[in-house]
Write a new protein. Structure first.
Length: 135
């Protein structure tokens, strides 16, 4: 995955899982359309509730959890739709750290997928799009 050729898109859903915490989806993908290469999309559960679609609200360090064990400061290992995963692989362990300096984001991955492959790296750049899907 070419982090330098990607952009960060943020999607805010509010208390989507009814767990008393805000839910965000972070997408790292190419800036060209159609997207014909790898991309990363991960779901983040913050430690706050109803904080709104403000970039600073997604900052934190998150650990892996399952969709059966949603907790604050975590990211979902994969989302199920029936018996089919929406993502081609699942991150089952590790941390994702999201930092924001007021202009640019740094997203650091130190994870392991469900095939025991290491997934590590860092993205640095602006979030060009923030979508509020809570309404």
């Amino acid at each position: 995955f070419d982090y330098q050729g990607a952009t960060l898109r943020l999607f805010y859903y509010g208390d989507y899982y009814n767990c008393g915490k805000d839910y965000w989806s972070l997408a790292l993908m190419q800036t060209v359309k159609p997207i014909d290469d790898d991309y990363v999309m991960v779901d983040i559960i913050t430690d706050g509730l109803n904080e709104g679609a403000v970039k600073e609200n997604v900052v934190g360090t998150y650990t892996a959890c399952s969709d059966l064990d949603i907790k604050e400061n975590s990211f979902l290992a994969g989302i199920m739709e029936g018996v089919k995963y929406l993502y081609s692989w699942r991150l089952i362990d590790g941390t994702i750290k999201v930092e924001f300096d007021g202009v640019n984001f740094t997203v650091t991955f130190d994870c392991v997928d469900d095939a025991n492959n290491k997934f590590a790296g860092k993205f640095e750049g602006a979030a060009i799009e923030v979508y509020d899907r809570s309404k």
